[in-house]
Design a protein around this ligand. Structure first.
Ligand SMILES: *[C@@H]1O[C@H](CO)[C@@H](O)[C@H](O)[C@H]1NC(C)=O
Ligand SMILES: *[C@@H]1O[C@H](CO)[C@@H](O)[C@H](O)[C@H]1NC(C)=O
Ligand SMILES: *[C@@H]1O[C@H](CO)[C@@H](O)[C@H](O)[C@H]1NC(C)=O
Ligand SMILES: *[C@@H]1O[C@H](CO)[C@@H](O)[C@H](O)[C@H]1NC(C)=O
Ligand SMILES: *[C@@H]1O[C@H](CO)[C@@H](O)[C@H](O)[C@H]1NC(C)=O
Length: 460
């Protein structure tokens, strides 16, 4: 094999000795088979145009689209939801139904956001009503009657989940007492369970991650334990730019023990800040979510019609980011971030293997072992510096425990940012590494905050 020094290594090889600059090491253990890849992080919040087939099929398929979440938020007027009357409800419902039908075309599951359909999408005014205001549940009950009837009339229960309320721990979505939220949860859960028994009821979709000192979490877990309304999936969001999945999951696990609750599947149905929605950040999040087997849906930081476009900032099109933007325009192309999801879906096949992030939590890796090739995707959490990747137990994939290993490196640049066109990763060539002790270690010179890397080598 050719022995080329990848360009990014050449550019970064000058300066102080490596040992002094390494901030940490992410470790892959090839002997730790953690099961089949299901590209758990390939979901999106909104991002689907209300016109079916506006985005070409291959762009959904290649990124591994498998989860959607919507409820008609911010559709064109008149469409502010139930609290503005039946017509405004119907327009939101039509948008959500269209998105549901698109999702089902790709066998993707769909999370219906009934808080958005109600009208609490964050754009509601400060006196907007909430379910159960002044102890009166009649409007919420009537609303649910309409919604259940419309779901049934459209045969829209397959692959359906309901997030009972989005981010009630943020006043932008729930500007009413906490106790009223718990009552709303209990009433809604039992009604939907009875009337739509096949539909998953999930939550609490808090903005805040599980934490024993967060009274939304402790209050919620205590309430559902006493109310027999345990969600089918534990849901929360990771969009604050901090935290990590092992820490958050560990806190949930302890809380479940405290309240004697079951360890249901985890769904992070909004992950990543807008800044993190670049190749490095996405590779980091994929690694984090896969490690704890969490379903993940990319957050969506666009608004208005753009909220319903671009597959949650994975695509662009002509005039995407200027005043000539057209909600119904075509000509879609992928951005740099898209290429990470495409590689994750189409190339990272075989079986997953365990890994750990660097101790500073800045570098993380996701790895798979295929029939011929080992693939390691790595990304930083939007920072620069030098880290290492260490790959252990090479003999588990049939390699000698010492020798030389030819590693093929690819970079995933974020050229042009969220609206730039990137048609594939960049081939940085092959580099030969000498190793011993059944383990190979190599540096990641991260000179920008957004590029992800993939490393590939043949099994023995
Ligand atoms: C606030 O929104 C509600 C509907 O949610 C509406 O009835 C009310 O008129 C609005 N108030 C103002 C001041 O716009
Ligand atoms: C759960 O809470 C709701 C709201 O308070 C209540 O209507 C329902 O009866 C409760 N169910 C159980 C089983 O406790
Ligand atoms: C928008 O389109 C008009 C008409 O084609 C053109 O004159 C104008 O420069 C365009 N604006 C932008 C920001 O591209
Ligand atoms: C991913 O797989 C496709 C199809 O086998 C292949 O053409 C492409 O080169 C692979 N990409 C990388 C980065 O390995
Ligand atoms: C295997 O990897 C998983 C996921 O990273 C981890 O939870 C587990 O502890 C690892 N097992 C071993 C034996 O290293």
């Amino acid at each position: 094999m050719r022995q080329l020094l990848p360009l990014f290594l050449v550019a970064s090889a000058f300066g102080s000795p490596l040992e002094k600059r390494v901030s940490g090491t992410s470790v892959v253990n090839l002997g730790n088979n953690t099961g089949s890849p299901e590209h758990l992080a390939s979901g999106i919040l909104y991002g689907i145009p209300d016109t079916p087939d506006q985005i070409p099929q291959n762009l959904y398929e290649d990124m591994g689209f498998n989860y959607a979440r919507a409820g008609g938020a911010q559709v064109a007027a008149p469409g502010r939801g139930w609290i503005w009357g039946l017509t405004e409800y119907k327009n939101r419902f039509a948008s959500a139904l269209s998105n549901y039908q698109t999702a089902r075309t790709y066998d993707a599951n769909f999370i219906f956001l009934i808080h958005d359909l109600w009208g609490a999408d964050g754009t509601q005014n400060s006196t907007a009503p909430y379910p159960g205001d002044d102890g009166d549940w009649s409007d919420w009950d009537t609303y649910l009657t309409h919604w259940i009837s419309d779901i049934n009339a459209n045969s829209a229960t397959e692959g359906l989940s309901v997030d009972i309320w989005n981010e009630p721990d943020e006043t932008g979505f729930w500007n009413a007492p906490q106790a009223q939220y718990f009552q709303m949860w209990g009433r809604t859960y039992h009604r939907l369970r009875t009337e739509l028994p096949s539909v998953k009821l999930i939550g609490p979709a808090f903005a805040g991650q599980p934490d024993a000192s967060n009274d939304w979490w402790t209050g919620f877990l205590s309430f559902v334990a006493g109310n027999s309304s345990v969600p089918d999936e534990w849901v929360w969001h990771m969009e604050g730019g901090g935290g990590d999945m092992e820490g958050a999951y560990g806190a949930l696990f302890n809380l479940l023990g405290t309240y004697n609750l079951p360890n249901q599947p985890i769904n992070i149905d909004e992950y990543g800040t807008y800044n993190e929605q670049v190749p490095a950040g996405s590779a980091w999040w994929i690694s984090q979510l896969e490690r704890v087997n969490a379903i993940g849906l990319r957050g969506n930081w666009l608004s208005g019609s753009q909220l319903h476009d671009f597959l949650a900032s994975l695509l662009s099109k002509p005039n995407a980011d200027n005043s000539n933007y057209s909600a119904t325009g075509g000509g879609y192309f992928p951005n740099g971030d898209y290429q990470v999801y495409k590689y994750y879906n189409l190339n990272m096949t075989g079986y997953r293997v365990g890994s750990s992030p660097s101790t500073d939590l800045k570098l993380d890796t996701y790895a798979t072992v295929g029939s011929d090739t080992v693939k390691v995707l790595t990304g930083v959490r939007i920072t620069t510096g030098t880290w290492q990747v260490e790959i252990n137990d090479l003999s588990a994939v049939g390699l000698a425990d010492s020798g030389t290993l030819d590693i093929h490196t690819w970079s995933f640049p974020s050229t042009g940012g969220h609206f730039g066109e990137v048609d594939g990763p960049t081939d940085l060539g092959w580099y030969e590494h000498t190793y011993s002790g059944n383990s190979v270690t190599f540096p990641i010179y991260q000179t920008d905050t957004s590029t992800a890397y993939a490393f590939e080598f043949l099994r023995g």
